[in-house]
Write a protein that binds this ligand. Structure first.
Ligand code: NAD
Ligand code: TYD
Length: 362
């Protein structure tokens, strides 16, 4: 079991990263170290997601401080080198990315910069800084989308050849290849995980589940791309993060692990389920809400189906999902219902302008 002390979390102010920091500092099994969150605070990063963490574990904790925030870009090499030196980083868990497929179709450049060049900068700095350090670890976070699109049957395994089809997944695939190349060529101690669609608290409302929750609550249209029969495999963010932590502590260097929910849903069926839950909790008429579903023009190159075979991590590292879909959706809806300050902060500014420019006023 690895002992991880000074962990650099990149993209810790985003959806999965902020949940990871909550998970670790709120008592994840075996963690007694310090977290350094490096985040550029793009439209998707929100300091409010970590306000309670900052208060409890940040500068106010004095010598007991276990959480440090550093505002900066992962593409900025001198800045990243400074972070490694200042905090004597022994572990990197690399979440930072441009993460939304629709945005990658409208503007791929930022995806190549952050996902490819940013990952390269981190890998190369780690190689320099750690030299032949045996106890260090770089964990690279990736997606099942690198594997391409499935037909009606089959699931992605760790051996499935890469076949990315959107600028987002292509940039993630490039970063995965760089990560594995640094492990293979330079012996950088590295693990990698490819996960299916996450959902849960603090997810930016451009992705299907949080966008739909808020649109239902605000009486807005619910856009469904194409025929609504595309399939995603949904995993609760805390289950993903427990899997990441398990790989970081026990995974074999040089190996990759698939993580998934084993929970496939057609988008339209998922939306019906979500409408049921939100309507019940918010006192809305589910039949009326259903009438707001609008089948809109399909996403170009829209992948039909994703499904993950995660038997490797289950068998080798004894991880399993703990939160079923109904429970996870219920927790997620509760979180959005009771965090209107967070919702208002992300619904304003740059994101709203971008949505209006690309999709018209909602
Ligand atoms: P997110 O968009 O919510 O958060 C990304 C974070 O990275 C934000 O805080 C943002 O400010 C930061 N960031 C972006 N560019 C940066 C840069 N150049 N320098 C420093 N920080 C920068 O993303 P997420 O959904 O939390 O995804 C996290 C990771 O997990 C990504 O690598 C993504 O590819 C992967 N992933 C996501 C999902 C999913 O369903 N969301 C599934 C599988 C894998
Ligand atoms: P999304 O949450 O963007 O994740 P990803 O594209 O990475 O899988 O989308 C999930 C699915 O929902 C995908 O098939 C696209 C579809 N979708 C809609 O039908 N309507 C929407 O408004 C959004 C954002 C997504």
């Amino acid at each position: 079991m690895r002992i991880l002390k000074n962990i650099l979390v990149t993209g810790g102010s985003g959806f999965i990263g902020s949940n990871f920091i909550h998970f670790l500092l709120n008592g994840a099994d075996g963690f007694e170290g310090r977290i350094i969150n490096v985040d550029a605070l793009t439209y998707a990063g929100n300091p409010l997601s970590l306000a309670d963490i900052e208060e409890q574990f940040g500068t106010a904790a004095g010598t007991a401080q276990r959480y440090c925030f550093e505002h900066g870009n992962i593409c900025d090499r001198p800045f990243i080198e400074g972070i490694f030196k200042k905090y004597d980083i022994d572990t990197v868990v690399h979440f930072a990315a441009e993460s939304h497929v629709d945005r990658s179709i409208h503007g791929p450049e930022a995806f190549v910069k952050t996902n490819v060049m940013g990952t390269f900068t981190l890998l190369d700095t780690a190689r320099d800084f750690w030299q032949s350090e045996k106890d260090a670890l770089f964990h690279h976070i990736s997606t099942d989308e690198v594997y391409g699109s499935l037909g009606d049957t089959g699931r992605f395994t760790e051996e499935t050849p890469y076949d990315p089809r959107s600028p987002y997944s292509a940039s993630k695939a490039a970063s995965d290849h760089l990560a594995m190349a640094y492990s293979h060529t330079y012996g950088l101690p590295l693990t990698l995980s490819n996960c299916s669609n996450n959902y849960g608290p603090r997810q930016f409302p451009e992705k299907l589940i949080p966008l739909s929750i808020l649109n239902i609550l605000e009486g807005k249209e619910l856009p469904v791309y194409g025929d609504g029969k595309n399939i995603r495999d949904w995993v609760y963010v805390e289950d993903h993060n427990r899997a990441v932590w398990t790989v970081m502590r026990q995974g074999k260097a040089g190996e990759k692990y698939n993580i998934g929910g084993e929970n496939e849903w057609e988008n339209i069926r998922l939306l019906y389920a979500l409408i049921g839950i939100v309507s019940r909790k918010a006192g809305l008429d589910a039949e009326k809400v259903r009438a707001s579903i609008a089948f809109v023009k399909d996403r170009p190159g829209h992948d039909r189906r994703y499904a993950i075979d995660c038997s490797k991590i289950k068998k080798e590292l004894a991880w399993k999902q703990e939160v079923n879909f109904e429970e996870g959706l219920s927790r997620t809806v509760d979180w959005y219902l009771s965090n209107s300050g967070w919702v208002n902060s992300v619904r304003s500014g740059e994101y709203r302008r971008w949505m209006e420019q690309n999709y018209g006023r909602r």
